[in-house]
Design a protein around this ligand. Structure first.
Ligand code: CO
Length: 148
């Protein structure tokens, strides 16, 4: 594994659409492993591939709450249902030293694939729902500051 550089606000790649992952190979697994190492090294709770310069629909999330599922690797995630709303503080590893209050769904349900291409379903409430929405937004070129 290796740490990768996190791309910061102002780089236009953060505004681009990420492409669906179609090949679930060692190159993808290395990317996911590197993303995990990078996220943990900086103390983040989520990182999307675009943030390390790779326009693929892949993210790693770990809210630090084992009861919320611990580490998640989500490939090609799609929100299939959302419920409620909650306003809370939010930040982004690509926008250092800044937090804003953002309204997100209280609960979301997500269909995705794991690193082998198997279909998986996850759901999350509160901070995990926030992280899921935030990382999926990254794949569509959307940043949380767009929602202030
Ligand atoms: Co972010």
């Amino acid at each position: 594994m290796a740490k990768r550089n996190i791309i910061k606000l102002g780089d236009e790649i953060l505004r681009k659409q990420s492409k669906p992952v179609e090949v679930f190979d060692e190159k993808l697994w290395t990317l996911l492993d590197d993303m995990k190492e990078t996220m943990y090294a900086i103390g983040g709770v989520g990182l999307a591939a675009v943030q390390v310069g790779i326009l693929k629909r892949a993210t790693v999330i770990d809210t630090g709450e084992p009861e919320e599922g611990g580490l998640m690797e989500l490939i090609n995630p799609v929100i299939t249902k959302s419920e409620g709303s909650k306003t809370d503080r939010e930040g982004c590893l690509s926008i250092p030293d800044r937090e804003e209050k953002i309204t997100r769904p209280e609960t979301v349900w997500v269909s995705a694939q794991d690193r082998h291409g198997n279909k998986i379903e996850v759901s999350g409430s509160g901070y995990l729902a926030r992280a899921l929405c935030h990382e999926i937004d990254h794949m569509n070129g959307v940043l949380y500051i767009d929602k202030i």
